[in-house]
Design a binder for this molecule. Structure first.
Ligand code: GRF
Length: 221
């Protein structure tokens, strides 16, 4: 079937983390439940103390951490990561709370092969402290976006977004939890599945799903 359709059947992903890894856990859960047809080839952390490494360990997933301090500059760190990723055979790189900005070299090397999840409705609120900034701006809705990574921070083509209503009693913490648990953990496995199945293509900076343009910034699901 795959030969007839011409699609690449490699479904290996490399997941990059820096912290708690609840998105990693959601991806593991989606694979175990059969919702996501993927194999996690490796989990790589930029921090030794990232709890996500323990989650990987618990599920028998190959994992390692690479300290940025051991490298003279950003690109040399990224080149090391690239070697690990290429050796793992991963088709897609999945950033799940990886708190580092990539060099141009890395972005070009893996063009259209890196997904990130960002806790805001991009292009609103790229960068940090998104929940507080959404509250301060008086937004009525807030959410998360899955997007392809380009050299410009949080500015690559959006694959999928979902929103929740902001409630008057919301704080940055309650909003963060709602976006993380209700949106991020649900949309990320779906977006990864679309990318692995080669259902998403990028034309003129926009994501097409099954060849069709999505409304505004990615599909509102
Ligand atoms: C998530 O909010 C994600 O959107 C952002 O970093 C956070 C990672 O959380 N990029 P976790 O480590 O997956 O729990």
């Amino acid at each position: 079937m795959s030969e007839l359709s011409g699609k690449n059947t490699n479904n290996r992903i490399a997941i990059l983390i820096s912290g708690g890894g609840t998105n990693l856990q959601a991806i593991i859960g989606a694979i175990e439940s059969g919702k996501l047809k993927a194999e996690i080839a490796v989990v790589i952390s930029s921090r030794e103390d990232a709890f996500g490494l323990r989650r990987a360990e618990k599920h028998g997933i190959k994992n390692s951490w690479v300290s940025p301090k051991e490298f003279p500059n950003r690109e040399s760190y990224d080149r090391h990561l690239a070697n690990l990723i290429n050796a793992s055979g991963a088709k897609l790189i999945v950033l799940a709370g990886f708190m580092r900005v990539f060099s141009k070299w890395f972005c070009q090397q893996f063009e259209n092969r890196i997904l990130n999840i960002h806790p805001a409705l991009l292009p609103k609120f790229p960068g940090l402290h998104t929940h507080q900034r959404a509250l301060d701006a008086g937004e009525k809705r807030h959410g998360a976006s899955v997007h392809f990574v380009t050299a410009e921070l949080d500015a690559g083509p959006v694959v999928m977004q979902r929103a929740v209503d902001i409630q008057p009693e919301d704080t940055a913490e309650t909003l963060q939890q709602r976006v993380l648990n209700r949106i991020e953990h649900d949309i990320y496995p779906t977006a990864i599945q679309w990318a692995l199945a080669e259902r998403v293509t990028i034309t003129g900076g926009k994501v097409l799903l099954d060849g069709a343009q999505q409304p505004e910034q990615g599909l509102q699901v």
